[in-house]
Design a protein around this ligand. Structure first.
Ligand SMILES: Nc1ncnc2c1ncn2[C@@H]1O[C@H](COP(=O)(O)OP(=O)(O)O)[C@@H](O)[C@H]1O
Ligand SMILES: [Mg+2]
Length: 249
């Protein structure tokens, strides 16, 4: 199976500040990768750069999606190709009702009807009471994350970039979000790059690889739960050193 995404030697600046330096990562089609790393290591910047946000200036390197270079493509071009992002802190959108944006995400006009499958998805996300309210305005933290995930899944991306979909959500929502991501990836042979700190979401979805972003280098391993336990016990740096030592032997 070809790689859905390849990031090659990527260096990025935001507001003239070097944020990422020589990043490399490949994501295989149909797989879920989790990305760990200390605060400020550049995880969000990496996802924002893959999505193509203009503030993230690529100084070196390239991004390839399904084997084609997308480094110079705009956010909307990348979204049309099948890249979608769920934000760490979803923004309020005053004057836009949730139901309308959900229809737009599903590729429909606000006046159109949703399909039974789309309606069932909305029901499962338990957001029926919020449909007539403005997007994210005065939602709880967990409601924002559920609304964000629902919008993303309705767009049917091939690659999901998920920035801490589990932070600030209650236990029931965590289970729902984790299981919905897993089911979506399985049914659509989609792929995901998912940032998490606590890793609790890993109880509800099966990630094939865990990566740690540290000092602008991504270290990947195929045992996410082992890596998470190692990070808890030893911290990021010692964990990476220890497992790289083992693979060299
Ligand atoms: N708009 C910005 N202007 C300047 N520096 C930024 C901006 N956004 C992020 N940074 C800096 O880039 C670094 C990486 O941030 P970020 O990608 O958010 O890290 P993470 O998601 O791993 O916590 C941090 O030092 C952060 O302060
Ligand atoms: Mg972040």
């Amino acid at each position: 199976m070809p790689d859905i995404l390849e990031v090659k030697n990527l260096s990025v600046e935001i507001n003239k500040k070097k944020t990422l330096k020589g990043i490399n990562i490949k994501i295989e089609t149909g797989q879920i990768y989790v990305l760990f790393g200390p605060n400020g290591s550049g995880k969000t910047s990496l996802l924002m750069t893959i999505m193509g946000f203009p503030g993230y200036k690529i100084k070196e390197g390239g991004i390839f999606f399904e084997g084609r270079e997308i480094t110079k493509k705009t956010v909307d071009e990348r979204a049309r190709l099948g890249i979608g992002m769920g934000f760490q802190l979803p923004q309020d959108i005053r004057g836009v009702k949730l139901i309308d944006i959900l229809k737009i995400c599903a590729g429909k006009k606000p006046t159109a009807e949703l399909s039974p499958g789309e309606k069932a998805l909305i029901d499962r996300f338990n957001l029926t009471d919020l449909l007539e309210r403005d997007v994210n305005l005065d939602y709880s933290g967990g409601e924002k994350k559920r609304a964000e995930m629902l919008q993303l899944l309705l767009m049917k991306p091939k690659l999901l970039l998920l920035d801490e979909p589990d932070s600030g959500v209650d236990l029931e929502s965590l289970k729902l979000i984790g299981e919905e991501i897993q089911e979506y990836v399985r049914k659509n042979n989609a792929s995901a790059l998912l940032i998490t700190h606590q890793g609790y979401i890993l109880e509800y979805l099966k990630a094939q690889r865990a990566c740690v972003l540290l000092d602008s280098t991504i270290h990947c391993h195929n045992k996410p739960q082992v890596i998470l336990n190692d990070i808890r016990k030893k911290g990021y740096r010692k964990c990476v050193k220890c497992w790289e030592g083992k693979t060299k032997k």
